[in-house]
Design a binder for this molecule. Structure first.
Ligand SMILES: [Zn+2]
Length: 251
């Protein structure tokens, strides 16, 4: 780290749990962020400010006026711009040292596998089950930890999946792909503005902890928030030996 970096990251370095080795791990890391909307905004801003060396943003959408109520890395001036380009501007304004890679596409399964393979950690900030399951499959296959968040109306949830750990469950152990879940999206259902900030910020925290090797990750625990009552519920869950993604003897 140079003198500027020692200053920029001094409040991390002052933390015994992070110190210089932890900050070096953050600087050397590559985070893959799927989605640049409500969850992706705080995720991208915190990962950039905290000094994750390389951040890849994936989103094929453009900034719309209806996004600005909650997608805090976009601005009124950038309405109409690709979300990943708007995100890169916001991130580099905070921290010009971060290498931001943008992918303005709805990525195929093959593209996703290639992106996941090069990442230290993946943050799922998408808004649909098909993407979540595709991201999970790629993460399990390539042994990359996944921080998954979701937020709709006043309800949020977050968990971490890291099948490199013995007996740690994957996303599909918790939400079996063959089961039908009610698909609700912000575009039709509405979402309480700071809810995505709460969940997204927690996703960023879990990703930074994983990379810097701090504390205990949220593995095997699903945290559910009811923001109406500001009440958290924790659900413990285990690997499903019959899981079509991580089950069997290959792990
Ligand atoms: Zn599984």
């Amino acid at each position: 780290m140079n003198d500027q970096q020692l200053l920029r990251y001094s409040r991390h370095i002052l933390l015994d749990e992070i110190d210089i080795p932890g900050q070096e791990r953050l600087l050397a890391a590559h985070a893959l962020v799927i989605g640049s909307g409500g969850l992706g905004s705080p995720v991208a801003l915190y990962l950039a400010s905290a000094g994750i060396g390389k951040i890849t943003l994936v989103d094929d959408d453009t900034v719309d006026l209806t996004n600005l109520q909650r997608q805090i890395m976009h601005t009124t001036q950038r309405v109409g711009m690709l979300k990943v380009a708007s995100g890169r501007e916001a991130m580099t304004q905070i921290n010009p040292d971060v290498d931001v890679v943008t992918v303005a596409e709805r990525v195929s399964e093959a593209q996703l596998a290639a992106l996941v393979q090069g990442a230290s950690v993946v943050l799922d900030c998408s808004d649909n089950f098909a993407t979540r399951h595709a991201v999970n499959r790629a993460c399990v296959h390539h042994g990359v930890p996944l921080v998954s968040g979701a937020a709709i109306r006043f309800d949020g949830q977050i968990s971490v999946f890291d099948t490199r750990r013995k007996n740690a469950p994957c996303y599909a152990c918790l939400f079996p792909p063959d089961q039908q879940f009610e698909e609700v999206q912000c575009s039709t259902m509405g979402v309480f503005s700071p809810l995505v900030g709460i969940i997204g910020t927690m996703q960023a925290a879990e990703a930074l902890k994983l990379v810097a090797q701090v504390g205990e990750p949220l593995i095997g625990r699903l945290q559910i928030l009811d923001a109406r009552r500001m009440e958290w519920t924790t659900i413990q869950f285990q690997r499903n030996s019959a899981c079509p993604v991580c089950g069997g003897t290959h792990l």
